[in-house]
Design a protein around this ligand. Structure first.
Ligand code: AMP
Length: 513
């Protein structure tokens, strides 16, 4: 009776019914109306009508877009062998190789053409999940093949799924920095001629009107940094109403950079009939909330641990010195590296001014170097990166603008003249070497000023089985000890101030400030 009543309501509203028994789907009819109405669809379980969240319904809408014939995952062997953790229901088996993968021939041919014979771990498990239309969270480090993990299913999505008419993008990739966005664009451009897919990258710091013009001419894949995208949405230069495949790359980094309002605003403009793939190196609460709010049900694949870990192909050296000896230590490292032989060296320092300073020092000492930082124009940054990429110069000094996403072949050494703000940034910086199964070496200079990060750095080194200098252990211990003393003295002062403030009125304020 109740069942028929609901059926009639749905019929009147021109909606269809999804019936579940527990988690197993019994029958699914295609949705005929915008899934903005999806919250009116009911789940009938034990003859009880339960309101399904729109996201559950949408996942069903996305499914069966492509016929991949992927069997549910029983590949325990693969999961254990590669230390992956999978969370979610009805997870498809990983693609162990390209030939037997569920990809259409044009993707298999593309991969063969580019010499890719075996998927990386995140690709192997991420591709079938994405091809089945699931929302996806991938926790994986940079350099693990994430870009193709989300771009290839995006291409299949474009080719196989019907789209609403219009000019707005059908695929959106959000990335935290212009460098990463440009790099994703480089990979996406490879589909432009061979598969007739138009892509565009928009980011701040470059000519807005040129980007706007291209945007208006119509594109398939839009790669954007959140700020510039919001700008184009606000001025109605583009709309995301056709966008049914969204990627949030380096979600943790985007949130760290304060882009959460821009990301949320962009996602609000995306239709509910969409698929979202989120990639992140870490899985903090903020990222989890974002996933919960916009992905609803998703399959999560953690490659390795969800704690941030350094690439194990990198040998990490840590040098603890007095502040005034940093430059001497740096030169000593440069001499040692030059003696051993190197491909390309990437040197990080924390300030723009010191990038210029170090570039000059290196040049004066016979090491031709170039420098890059946020005060250089996009054009200058492109020229410098290209010079480094092509090997016309093989020493690059940079601030954190080059810490993430920079994919330059042949970086054999990363040197941290300064320790970055956090150990997470440290992992990203050194991750510029040791990419795609190559070996790499990093050298990091620390002083007593870096005590704050000593403990987390210790954990990173331990996890990667690296040699740990005694001085680093001392630094971590001393810092903890000092912190404890400060905490105790603060507590005592609070008591003292409280009493004195009450007793002597303004005395406390006047004497201490
Ligand atoms: P990404 O993490 O997307 O920045 O990729 C890191 C590097 O790995 C890039 O140079 C890619 O071209 C390369 N790469 C991606 N997928 C594969 C694969 N399946 N086999 C070999 N190299 C790959």
């Amino acid at each position: 009776m109740a069942f028929n009543l609901f059926k009639n309501i749905l019929k009147q509203r021109n909606l269809s019914l999804v019936v579940y028994s527990g988690v197993k789907q019994l029958s699914t009819a295609p949705l005929q109306k915008s899934s903005r109405h999806a919250s009116r669809i009911y789940n009938l379980k034990n003859n009880e009508a339960i309101l399904l969240s729109p996201k559950v319904i949408l996942n069903e809408y996305n499914k069966h877009c492509y016929s991949t014939n992927v069997a549910p995952s029983t590949d325990e062997e693969y999961i254990n062998e590669h230390n992956i953790t999978i969370i979610g229901k009805n997870v498809p088996s990983p693609f162990r190789d390209i030939d037997t993968s569920g990809f259409p021939d044009y993707i298999k041919n593309f991969l063969k053409l580019h010499g890719i014979t075996n998927p990386t771990v995140i690709q192997s498990q991420g591709w079938p999940v994405a091809l089945e239309g699931n929302n996806f969270v991938g926790i994986a480090q940079t350099g693990t093949g994430k870009t193709l993990a989300f771009l290839l299913p995006a291409v299949v999505h474009l080719k196989e799924k019907e789209a609403k008419r219009g000019r707005g993008p059908r695929v959106l990739v959000l990335a935290p920095t212009r460098e990463l966005a440009r790099q994703i664009e480089k990979v996406a451009k490879q589909f432009e001629t061979s598969l007739n897919i138009r892509c565009l990258c928009v980011y701040g710091g470059a000519n807005r009107s040129v980007q706007a013009k291209e945007l208006r001419s119509g594109i398939d894949i839009l790669i954007a940094t959140p700020g510039r995208l919001n700008d184009f949405i606000d001025t109605k230069e583009t709309s995301l109403s056709r966008c049914t495949y969204v990627v949030l790359d380096e979600a943790d980094r985007m949130l760290d950079m304060g882009f959460e309002p821009q990301i949320r605003k962009a996602l609000e403009g995306v239709p509910l009939e969409r698929q979202i793939l989120m990639f992140s190196a870490t899985w903090p609460k903020e990222v989890q909330y974002l996933a919960k709010d916009y992905l609803g049900e998703f399959i999560q694949v953690n490659v390795g641990s969800t704690d941030l870990t350094a690439n194990h192909n990198i040998t990490q050296h840590v040098h603890i010195v007095e502040h005034h000896s940093k430059m001497d230590k740096f030169k000593e490292i440069m001499h040692a590296v030059s003696g051993d032989g190197f491909g390309k060296i990437l040197v990080f320092t924390n300030t723009k001014r010191f990038v210029d300073n170090l570039e000059l020092t290196l040049k004066r000492n016979g090491w031709p170097a170039v420098g890059i930082h946020g005060d250089k124009t996009q054009y200058q940054r492109d020229v410098i990166i290209n010079k480094f990429r092509s090997g016309r110069t093989n020493i690059l000094v940079a601030t954190d603008v080059a810490a993430r996403g920079l994919d330059v072949d042949g970086i054999t050494h990363v040197i941290n003249y300064d320790f970055p703000q956090t150990s997470e940034d440290y992992i990203h910086r050194i991750g510029r070497t040791g990419r795609s199964q190559n070996k790499g070496t990093s050298h990091t200079i620390l002083t007593s000023d870096d005590g704050r990060n000593a403990k987390s750095l210790l954990a990173v080194l331990k996890e990667a089985n690296q040699e740990i200098p005694q001085e680093l252990e001392d630094l971590a211990r001393d810092f903890d000890h000092t912190k404890e003393i400060q905490r105790k003295s603060k507590q005592q002062n609070r008591g003292f101030n409280f009493r004195n403030t009450r007793k002597f009125g303004n005395f406390h304020r006047k004497s201490f400030y």
